[in-house]
Design a protein around this ligand. Structure first.
Ligand code: PGA
Ligand code: ZN
Length: 374
């Protein structure tokens, strides 16, 4: 099976923060249209693939990519992505992740359709990974670079549960904040940013609602320690909680020794999740596996810039029994590709923010649709 490209077109759209980002469309010679859109991060890892200004990225799609691809036939996403990477302009003009990825997502959908498969199933077949539905990992309290106040430096306090439980959690949390007269505002990803003095106070409020919820859910913390370090004492206290499932970025992105120490100390009990550490990059994950630096990782396609590179990293994680958590970014679109991706690579969880913004809910709803397709 294959696709022949009639045309490729880029456009500027607004992300969930009102900032410009890129959407791409591919029309095949059969007349079918496929689209992909790219999000962007607010706390960006140092080794993420570089992006272009969105207007330049659209220009890259409309000139360099379109010019080289019209009339061309592709039978796999690897072939398609390598054709972009080997464009003579790829290095000279630095085709950014935000030009390459939306086209790559559109091509993945088109290829899946050529096999008459839903995208999640196509991904599962080309990776050889058994599909499964990931659990929502929803941010409830936002701090650090995603928060509006200084006191809370941990970036995300997350609930691992069905979407409805996330909605109930947020309702409960705002009730308590109102009762205690604590100031709060919406966070970047639809959770709540609260004006308290410390991470401990935020954790206490979070756990108060968590324990009241009477379900056997778990929770997770994204420290985003590249941007604001966490002390070993705080790490000790946090990991002593029996309901903690995972800690993301508990050390800065180049502190490989600290990562290995933390994984050795806590890795048998909880998941130590690389995000800024690994940036969905095959070589960095390989190093992390060699050093036993983490036992789980975040998969964000725009960190590495194409679907095929994302799948290459996912295959390595799968082989090495590293758990995967597929994730959105701070600035999101309504594109739902990561839901299909998460199912296709058998991810344990999906981070798509709080179920209060349409860009976040779209992914959770796509999962519901996939459940029916299965
Ligand atoms: P980002 O945050 O999209 O701003 O990088 C998400 C995360 O760190 O997990
Ligand atoms: Zn993170």
């Amino acid at each position: 099976m294959s696709i022949t490209i009639r045309t490729v077109k880029g456009s500027i759209i607004k992300d969930s923060r009102g900032k410009d980002t890129v959407r791409a469309e591919i029309v095949t010679t059969k007349g079918a249209l496929f689209a992909g859109a790219v999000p962007s991060g607010q706390s960006v890892g140092g080794s993420e693939i570089k992006t272009q200004d969105p207007v330049d990225a659209v220009d890259t799609i409309d000139t360099h990519i379109r010019g080289a691809f019209e009339g061309k036939t592709f039978s796999s996403i690897d072939e398609f992505d390598s054709a972009i990477s080997s464009l003579s302009s790829f290095n000279s003009i630095h085709i950014g992740a935000n030009a390459h990825l939306p086209v790559s997502i559109a091509a993945t959908h088109a290829l899946a359709r050529s096999y008459n498969l839903p995208t999640w199933q196509y991904i599962s077949e080309i990776t050889g990974i058994r599909p499964s539905i990931p659990t929502p990992m929803m941010v409830m309290i936002e701090g650090g670079k995603h928060g509006a106040f200084q006191g809370v430096t941990w970036q995300e306090f997350l609930l691992n549960a069905p979407v409805d439980s996330g909605i109930q959690f947020l309702t409960q949390l705002t009730k308590i904040l109102d009762t205690k007269k604590i100031t709060y505002t919406p966070g970047v990803e639809g959770g709540i940013s609260i004006d308290v003095e410390s991470n401990d106070q935020a954790l206490e409020l979070f756990l108060h609602v968590f324990h009241d919820s009477a379900h056997s859910h778990t929770f997770s913390i994204d420290c985003a320690a590249t941007h604001s370090p966490i002390s070993s004492q705080d790490l000790n206290t946090l990991t002593s909680n029996q309901s903690l499932m995972s800690i993301e970025d508990p050390a800065s992105e180049e502190e490989w020794d600290s990562w290995s120490d933390i994984t050795k100390r806590y890795g048998s009990k909880i998941l130590i999740v690389g995000d800024d550490l690994t940036t969905t990059n095959y070589d960095r994950l390989h190093k992390a596996i060699d050093l036993r630096a983490c036992n789980a990782l975040i998969i964000k396609p725009n960190q590495i810039g194409s679907v095929s590179q994302t799948l290459k990293t996912a295959r390595l994680a799968h082989r090495a029994h590293i758990k995967m958590i597929v994730s959105h970014r701070a600035g999101e679109t309504t594109d739902t590709f990561i839901a299909d991706l998460g199912v296709g690579i058998g991810a344990l969880s999906i981070k798509s923010g709080a179920p209060t913004q349409k860009e976040r809910i779209a992914k959770y709803m796509r999962l519901e649709q996939i459940k029916k397709e299965m």
